[in-house]
Design a protein around this ligand. Structure first.
Ligand SMILES: NC(=O)c1ccc[n+]([C@@H]2O[C@H](COP(=O)([O-])OP(=O)(O)OC[C@H]3O[C@@H](n4cnc5c(N)ncnc54)[C@H](OP(=O)(O)O)[C@@H]3O)[C@@H](O)[C@H]2O)c1
Length: 320
């Protein structure tokens, strides 16, 4: 039997309608087999949300690459005991409610006093960082070079790499970020790409940073394109790639998650939940700098970008 929503649940989300994104009222579809109905508490603003906001022109698309909240209703086949449990999910997060497949959400342990704000960024970055470091492990990497290492996800990767004995070489673009990574994240190697000695430090020739760094890396190195913060077109020396058997590949967290077996994904979700709940987020925690109500999503997109190094803006999606 499908669950029919009553007027008690009034959906509202940030949706692309008639050529622009706006906060609008919406319909709640029927709950299908294996699905859960989540009362959303918090979401966040990620770089990918900014890309979607500026480039996505798909009628009906709902913003918010991630969100969290409490399971209020369940579809057929879902354990009744999960009603009331706290979960984190991906896509459609800038909404009052979300409907998700139970196998695609992180289910947190039933703990009293859980603060949903601390879990606003529990999905996209922890899973992306895990996926990238998993790639490094599969590649038998002893070290990884992280660009834009001041980002919240890079900080998670630094901590995750250390826990696995993988060294990180971190590149940032401001002096205070060097200090922050060394003092607060235990990073050993941090270089400032804006420093006049940067290219001498790296013995690079200047120009496009990823291309130049890749040129300096040893044979069989792998470069993974997973972000587009600099918005520049990269260039590489084809001779170096061929001669030294180097690789370039992309990484997109949703594609990677879809490639995992159910059990692998479950273990990964449990690892993130365990770290955030029982280990004080020693690997996957995010710095949160401001909370805004869902109504203020538009202004917050640009405002938060200017101070992204300090931490995330989180969006309160639950009605008061
Ligand atoms: N492929 C995937 O599946 C996937 C999934 C999740 C995240 N990502 C990517 O991972 C990256 C980090 O995400 P996040 O949420 O951790 O970001 P974030 O916390 O919002 O931080 C962005 C950071 O990048 C720095 N930055 C911005 N433009 C830069 C540039 N041109 N050169 C160097 N540094 C720059 C900013 O520092 P300043 O203070 O210097 O501006 C800021 O510290 C983003 O590119 C995001 O799109 C990819």
């Amino acid at each position: 039997m499908k669950f029919q929503f009553s007027n008690q649940f009034r959906q509202q989300f940030v949706q692309y309608q008639g050529g622009t994104f706006k906060l609008v009222d919406g319909e709640l579809p029927l709950l299908d087999k294996g699905q859960i109905f989540v009362e959303v508490q918090y979401s966040t603003i990620n770089p990918i949300d900014r890309i979607m906001y500026r480039a996505k022109k798909e009628e009906g698309f709902v913003m918010g690459t991630e969100g969290n909240g409490y399971i209020r209703q369940i579809g057929d086949g879902v354990d009744k005991g999960l009603i009331g449990r706290f979960v984190s999910f991906t896509l459609g997060g800038w909404a009052r409610y979300a409907i998700k497949d139970i196998n695609e959400v992180i289910i947190f342990q039933d703990q009293s006093g859980l603060d949903p704000r601390k879990f606003a960024n529990a999905f996209v970055n922890p899973l992306t960082g895990s996926g990238l470091i998993d790639l490094a492990k599969k590649h038998n990497a002893k070290a990884v070079v992280i660009l834009a290492a001041s980002s919240q996800m890079a900080k998670q990767m630094i901590r995750l790499s250390r826990s696995l004995g993988i060294e990180t070489v971190n590149i940032v673009r401001r002096k205070e970020q060097v200090k922050d990574l060394i003092e607060n994240y235990g990073a050993k190697y941090v270089l400032n790409q804006s420093s006049s000695t940067f290219f001498l430090d790296l013995e690079c020739i200047g120009g496009n940073i990823p291309g130049d760094i890749f040129a300096k890396m040893p044979p069989k190195s792998l470069m993974v394109a997973y972000g587009i913060l600099s918005k520049i077109r990269l260039s590489f020396d084809s001779f170096d790639l061929i001669k030294n058997d180097k690789y370039i590949q992309s990484f997109f967290v949703f594609r990677w998650l879809n490639s995992l077996e159910h059990e692998e994904k479950k273990q990964l979700f449990e690892k993130v939940a365990d770290d955030l709940q029982n280990n004080k987020g020693q690997i996957f925690s995010t710095n949160i700098i401001k909370e805004i109500p869902l109504e203020e999503w538009r202004e917050a997109i640009d405002e938060s970008e200017k101070i992204a190094s300090q931490g995330k803006y989180i969006i309160k999606c639950a009605r008061n």
